[in-house]
Design a protein around this ligand. Structure first.
Ligand code: SAM
Ligand code: GLN
Length: 280
């Protein structure tokens, strides 16, 4: 039987070629199979690991070596201080998407009832973060994927967030003729030819790719949004590093005003938003 410390040292060496955080990944996975905190592993490295958890650990290491995200292996990811359950049916929520949440909250006065739509909710990350911060908001979360919606629904239930409802469908078709004060969308925006896609192979293609240019989802969502926003409502879109100008242009061409782009935590333009009024 090996000790925790020995298993971790071997695992970190094994993962070094595929992960920049090999030691941390190994600790997270061993803590997961032992159902303990990482701090407990570090505090007691000499403790022996029984055969069953050691075998489970080895099979997770192999999957990590093949490029599966840590979040799929543990079935968990933190987003906006919420612990979300995940399956490979949904995109692993990214930290930069929290910028979209912040910008949405700045446009949702606390304590007031508002109607909010999260298009392409995946794990439910954005909708659930908004629901915890704005208990008076009525939030609709949609996805084209029923498997993704099942994950989002289960997260809402586990977190006890009852002000959400879920609808399946292609973008705005999921909500017929309803209107909202604010619409958020982090659509698939990676171009089909982007070499970066190879590193994302474990995540669903429907979550990442909408077409050849990467702008196809915006070209669907922006023109349709006007029919689904209340007077002076906001549309907020997450996009790729080189897409801010194209998304801004699209919003302006479709009559949105106060169009601005905002950087993520690494300084990359990541969210572009605008407002719509019928009487301008
Ligand atoms: N909102 C989540 C987040 O920020 O982590 C997931 C975003 S993921 C980039 C895009 C999501 O849009 C996926 O869950 C995908 O299934 C969904 N999607 C793709 N095409 C769609 C469509 N035509 N209509 C509705 N949702 C769609
Ligand atoms: N931010 C993701 C990535 O490039 C892409 C997510 C998306 O298409 N919305 O890793």
């Amino acid at each position: 039987m090996s000790s925790r410390g020995e298993l971790l040292a071997r695992a970190a060496a094994q993962l070094a070629a595929v992960s920049a955080s090999a030691r941390l990944d190994a600790e997270v996975l061993l803590a997961h199979v032992l159902d303990c905190e990482r701090s407990a592993l570090i505090a007691h490295p000499a403790q022996a690991v029984a055969d069953a958890p050691a075998t489970a650990f080895h099979s997770l290491l192999l999957r990590r070596q093949r490029g599966e995200p840590l979040a799929y292996l543990t079935g968990r990811r933190e987003f906006w201080s919420l612990s979300l359950a995940l399956t490979p049916a949904v995109l692993v929520p990214r930290p930069e998407t929290e910028v979209l949440v912040e910008l949405a909250l700045a446009r949702l006065p606390a304590g007031e009832p508002s109607a909010v739509l999260d298009l392409g909710t995946g794990s439910g990350a954005i909708a659930l973060a908004l629901a915890t911060e704005r208990p008076t908001a009525h939030i609709t979360a949609t996805d084209v994927s029923s498997a993704a919606l099942a994950v989002a629904r289960a997260n809402a239930q586990r977190l006890g967030l009852a002000q959400l409802r879920f609808r399946q469908g292609d973008w705005f078709k999921a909500v017929s003729s309803e209107r909202f004060d604010l619409v958020v969308c982090n659509p698939p925006y990676v171009a089909a030819t982007d070499p970066h896609l190879a590193t994302l192979h474990a995540e669903p293609a429907t979550a990442l790719v909408a077409g050849a240019t990467g702008l196809e989802a915006f070209e669907r969502v922006v023109p349709a949004a006007r029919e689904h926003l209340r007077e002076d409502g906001w549309l907020l879109l997450e996009h790729g590093a080189d897409q801010a100008a194209a998304v801004k242009n699209l919003l302006e061409r479709h009559g949105f005003h106060d169009v601005t782009s905002h950087p993520d935590y690494s300084g990359t333009p990541r969210v572009t938003l605008g407002s719509h009024s019928s009487n301008r």
